[in-house]
Design a protein around this ligand. Structure first.
Ligand code: FAD
Ligand code: SIN
Length: 518
């Protein structure tokens, strides 16, 4: 493999944000699409519930905007929300143009609902929306001659000089060689950071790489205290990261204690359909009060045939673990699911570093505020991937190139102590789960901060001595992101949305974003 590449646009990440961005760029631009795993691997592929958009006469833009603001506990940026909601119906058509076929009944979208939505507005494809969206986008991308795809290639760091981005160093995992990717425009589409927690609904790719790389380059990163915990992940010793979609509650499923009692009414009038932060906290409280390992989700009141058609993936997965969801309650627990904060952007996805853009879960566009409403994420990916492409199409060719030294590996050797990397991976994720979880306290946050400082010293020492590899790169990013989350949580001296601190249970009068200095 060559060690230096030149592109007009470098897109790091091939989730729905990255793929849609690539497709919306002018054909005359030479585009590199980078994936640290295979092209389809990422959160997008596993999305179940759907994509929200006003698609029915009974609904309207202002209701979608208002529901998003309420779910976000009023911290959302109204301009960004308005922009996204108005673009939503067009985003659905755009996906259809790329061959995605949403579930329909009598020629109308079958719209479902999830927590926080006061109208049925979630378009979906059974319970495998992400797979069909990604398959559709991938097919189109593979047919574009201006797009070069690099799988098994992990970005290590951005190339920046004087507040301008010129590409990134990328490790080719097959040859173990770090290459220089020079680019006139760089787009971060690296997804979220939920892997910093021990239990997560996310695939292995969500290690916060884009957030950490941007932060190290001095880019503005905000509101990282808002990690969303999804209320219902399958609880089973052999089920790794399997989600039970909120759309199941949208179709009437109930949360129950082991003795069959319902409990959501105690916590919120909207019961099972309250926004996610409230439902996850309620489950967490019941588990802690009663010493339960999990609670249950009950869809047994629906016909078996109906369940098989509406939730085929969940039905099959549960069956593989001996759970017949038409008869048995499903054991569920909350798990880290979504990163609401991230690299701060404007409506064109521009970051605080020139020629660096961020789209999808890595970005903070402001639409989610303190808690993302269900099915607003894929929507955000599509809307801002497009606005980003429009901005790049206007300026891409004019941007200048800058020369960077090739990656220097002459003073490092192959690691003989990967056990250290493995240990620190586990330690960070357990620390975050125990001390920086659904309910926080100042004491636990300070303890986490102190240990993370030490861990970062240990990692930097290791990083300076040994050749980089995938696990070391991710570990460094995991530690960086965890540290930003903890520092942001300490800065937010209130309880709002997903950030609940028992030492500051009230809300501040003034709405502010948290930003950590590098
Ligand atoms: P991802 O799809 O996560 O893609 C990230 C990409 O970046 C991958 O290609 C990865 O390989 C690459 N990458 C990361 N770091 C590097 C690096 N250092 N170098 C190179 N490549 C890198 N949202 C909804 O709106 N509706 C839903 O129904 C829904 N269901 C969900 C179900 C599950 C199980 C999960 C986990 C999430 C769900 N979400 C849903 C959230 C939504 O899927 C994600 O927020 C969204 O897909 C993120 O898309 P993305 O393109 O930003 O990132
Ligand atoms: C789900 O299907 O419950 C996930 C939806 C989302 O994260 O928006």
């Amino acid at each position: 493999m060559e060690s230096e590449f030149n592109f007009d646009v470098l897109i790091i990440g091939t989730g729905s944000a990255g793929l849609m961005n690539a497709l919306q760029l002018d054909d005359k631009l030479e585009v590199a699409l980078i994936a640290k795993d295979k092209i389809l691997e990422g959160s997008s592929y596993y999305a179940q519930g759907g994509i929200s958009a006003v698609l029915d006469k009974s609904d309207n833009f202002s209701t979608h905007i208002n529901d998003t603001l309420i779910a976000g506990d009023q911290l959302g940026n109204i301009k960004a929300i308005e922009f996204m909601v108005h673009e939503a119906p067009h985003s659905i058509s755009l996906l259809e143009d790329y061959g995605v076929e949403f579930t329909k009944k009598n020629n109308h979208y079958h719209l479902t609902t999830e927590g926080g939505h006061t109208k049925r507005r979630v378009a979906h494809i059974a319970d495998r929306t992400g797979k069909y969206v990604q398959d559709g986008l991938k097919d189109k991308v593979l047919n574009k001659s201006n797009i070069s795809i690099f799988e098994d290639s992990i970005a290590v760091d951005l190339l920046t000089k004087n507040g301008v981005c010129y590409g990134a160093y990328i490790l080719d995992k097959k040859t173990n060689k770090v290459c220089t990717f020079n680019a006139k425009n760089t787009v971060l589409a690296t997804g979220g950071a939920s892997k910093v927690y021990l239990y997560t609904s996310n695939p292995d790719t969500s290690t916060g790489d884009g957030i950490a790389m941007a932060f190290r380059s001095g880019c503005k990163v905000v509101n990282m205290e808002f990690t969303q915990f999804h209320p219902t992940c399958l609880y089973h010793p052999h089920a790794k990261s399997f989600l039970i979609t909120e759309a199941m509650r949208g179709e009437g499923a109930k949360l129950r204690l082991p003795n069959g009692d319902l409990f959501m009414k105690k916590y919120d009038d909207r019961e099972e359909m309250a926004p996610r932060d409230i439902v996850a906290r309620a489950i967490d409280a019941e588990m802690k009060i009663n010493g339960f390992d999990h609670v249950y989700l009950d869809i047994t009141f629906k016909e078996k045939k109906w369940i098989e058609k509406r939730f085929p993936t969940i039905n099959e997965k549960c069956k593989s673990f001996g759970i017949d969801i038409s008869k048995d309650y499903i054991p569920v627990v909350p798990a880290a699911h979504y990163t609401c904060g991230g690299v701060d952007t404007d409506l064109d996805a521009k970051t605080s570093i020139k020629n660096l853009y961020a789209i999808g879960e890595v970005a903070h566009t402001g639409v989610h505020g303190a808690n993302r409403m269900a099915s607003n994420s894929l929507l955000e990916c599509i809307v801002f991937a497009k606005s980003c492409a429009i901005a790049i199409n206007k300026s891409a060719i004019k941007n200048q190139k800058e020369t960077f030294k090739p990656w220097d590996a002459s003073r490092v050797s192959a690691s003989k102590e990967m056990v250290v990397v493995k240990h620190l991976w586990d330690e960070i994720r357990r620390l975050m789960w125990n001390f920086v979880g659904i309910v926080r306290s100042d004491k636990r946050l300070y303890l986490a901060q102190k240990r993370l400082e030490q861990i970062q010293i240990e990692i930097n020492d290791y990083y300076s001595k040994y050749l980089v590899n995938n696990d070391l790169i991710e570990l460094r990013n995991l530690a960086e992101t965890a540290s930003i989350i903890v520092k942001s949580a300490l800065l937010r001296q209130e309880s709002r949305g997903l950030h609940y601190n028992e030492d500051h249970i009230h809300k501040n009068q003034v709405l502010e974003n948290t930003e950590i200095e590098k």
